[in-house]
Design a binder for this molecule. Structure first.
Ligand code: NZQ
Ligand code: ZN
Length: 387
């Protein structure tokens, strides 16, 4: 195991009605808050009304930014920065899924920066001073509630790019599983795939001797498989929502990637290119790409880890590593299909016309991947196999 520093500084308030405690979490930072949310799901399920009541009772003044879209756009970030500056906002509260939380992180780092916030995403600016943020999570998927990452889309350049810094980790995140009861089947399934994919990206490395990280990773994968299936028919099953919610945070807060080589992340890179151009749901893109990537990278060197996954997560008993790996990949593909996730790009009406652009975009800063390095031609091949 390699040396590591582990930081997971976000205070997590998990469970029913924890939103009642939000005032005392925010007040140390100030009384003027930007309340940011998406297209209205929090108004339909009563969370918005509850928040306004609780914040008002704590004497907290609210400035609102609404309409943050899935695959959040740089325009929402710019609007949020303007609102923070004009109203002298001291704290940003994001209420929603990963898109809302990613958007407030980008706002947070842009408020004290003189240039355009997109600069952070094209490696033109460094994150220096940020506004503190907190979140109320309403969709289990990205782990944004407990990490310092943000992913923003720019429609004018057809790019979707990531940035991040430890200072962007939320000060606190409220994880009340009951707020996720209203997440529809498509988004729930996409969330399950995303959580599993975050584990895959960090699990599939060539490290040896990381038994504890691998065991935690395999446990989180089994949690997703077990409760993901239950949630298809029982959207308001508290136990299932609670387990998936905590799994989402643990899958991308550094826990399973510590003490190892850097993760692979090439499938995420490729998916971001797909959703940048086609505005596809992130988890749906991963459901298509991950089994293809697994098959593509399978060789003598990678087979032992893929076989370990197949045996420990799917109970595959084949003693041959390559054959065991193939069985596990097939089980992954059919699990995603059982969640009604797409299996090919054609299933989501994407043809091959932009394969070159996507492959070039994925490799904009050079070859990607660690488990197996992928250049532009390799990415093209994966995209073509996904059609
Ligand atoms: O906008 P509203 O009306 O709230 O509706 C949302 C949205 O339409 C809806 N939703 C959220 N909570 C709900 C709900 N509907 C009913 N009831 C609720 N309780 O779900 C839709 C999707 O929301 P979104 O926030 O886009 O989903 P998700 O959490 O999957 O976030 C996806 C974004 O995060 C990025 C993705 O690329 C994508 O842009 N990622 C962020 C990461 C990070 N920060 O670490 C890592 C990930 O790999 C990922 O790249
Ligand atoms: Zn993801």
């Amino acid at each position: 195991m390699k040396n590591f520093t582990y930081l997971a500084s976000t205070k997590v308030l998990f469970g029913k009605n924890r939103v009642a405690e939000i005032g005392k979490e925010i007040l140390p930072y100030g009384k003027k808050v930007l309340l940011a949310y998406g297209g209205g799901s929090i108004k339909k399920n009563g969370l918005y009304a509850k928040l306004i009541e609780v914040l008002g009772a704590s004497g907290i003044e609210v400035v609102e930014l609404s309409g943050i879209q899935p695959n959040p756009r740089i325009e929402s970030v710019r609007e949020g920065i303007r609102l923070c500056r004009e109203n002298d906002v001291q704290f940003i509260l994001g209420v929603g899924g990963g898109s809302v939380i990613d958007c407030i992180k980008a706002i947070s780092m842009g408020v004290h920066y003189q240039g355009d916030a997109w600069d952070f995403f094209i490696r033109k600016a460094k994150i220096e001073k940020v506004l503190p943020i907190g979140s109320v999570l309403t969709l289990a998927a990205t782990g944004s509630e407990m990490n310092g990452n943000t992913v923003i889309s720019n429609e004018s350049t057809q790019e979707k790019r990531a940035s991040g810094h430890d200072s962007l980790r939320p000060q606190f995140s409220i994880l009340d599983p009951t707020y996720t009861f209203t997440v529809n089947k498509w988004q729930t399934a996409a969330g399950v795939v995303d959580v599993m994919s975050h584990i895959f990206e960090q699990y599939f490395t060539l490290d040896k001797g990381t038994f504890v990280q691998d065991a935690m990773a395999e446990g989180i994968l089994k949690t997703c498989i077990h409760y993901g299936s239950i949630l298809l028919n029982e959207p308001d099953n508290y136990e299932a929502r609670a387990n998936l919610m905590w799994a989402s945070s643990l899958a991308l807060n550094g826990l399973t990637g510590t003490g190892k080589l850097a993760g692979d992340w090439s499938t995420h890179n490729i998916e971001h290119e797909v959703s940048a151009i086609y505005d596809l749901t992130h988890g749906a893109g991963l459901a298509i790409l991950f089994p293809v990537w697994m098959n593509y990278v399978l060789d003598e060197k990678t087979a032992p880890k893929l076989a370990q996954y197949s045996r420990n997560v799917w109970g595959v008993s084949n003693p041959d590593d390559i054959e065991a790996a193939k069985e596990g990949i097939e089980k992954t593909r059919s699990f995603f299909s059982s969640l009604n996730m797409p299996a090919t790009l054609a299933d989501v009406d994407i043809d091959g016309s932009k394969v070159d652009a996507m492959a070039e975009g994925a490799c904009k800063y050079g070859a990607i991947g660690m488990f197996k390095k992928l250049d532009i031609d390799a990415v093209k091949e994966i995209l073509i196999k996904s059609l």
